[in-house]
Design a binder for this molecule. Structure first.
Ligand SMILES: [Zn+2]
Length: 75
């Protein structure tokens, strides 16, 4: 186990639970949307970690583009 965390977008390293970092937690399907929270302690096993809101937005954009590319509607 490493004593730190890494941004899932820009790969920046930081100390665990550093102030200002954000964690994106995947919720069960019955929940309407992902929960985005800047929490000191996260219960989820593998939350996505971001160093700033900009990285959250960039990551979400990349994911949206990838999803759109992989699920093109049939003609
Ligand atoms: Zn980052």
């Amino acid at each position: 186990v490493t004593a730190g965390q890494q941004c899932d977008n820009c790969r920046k390293f930081g100390v665990s639970h550093a102030p200002g970092w954000l964690y994106l937690i995947a919720l069960p399907p019955e929940m309407p949307s992902p929960l985005l929270a800047a929490l000191g302690g996260v219960q989820s096993a593998e939350p996505l970690t971001f160093c700033c809101v900009r990285c959250v937005a960039e990551y979400a954009y990349v994911m949206a583009v990838a999803e759109a590319a992989g699920t093109e509607p049939q003609p």
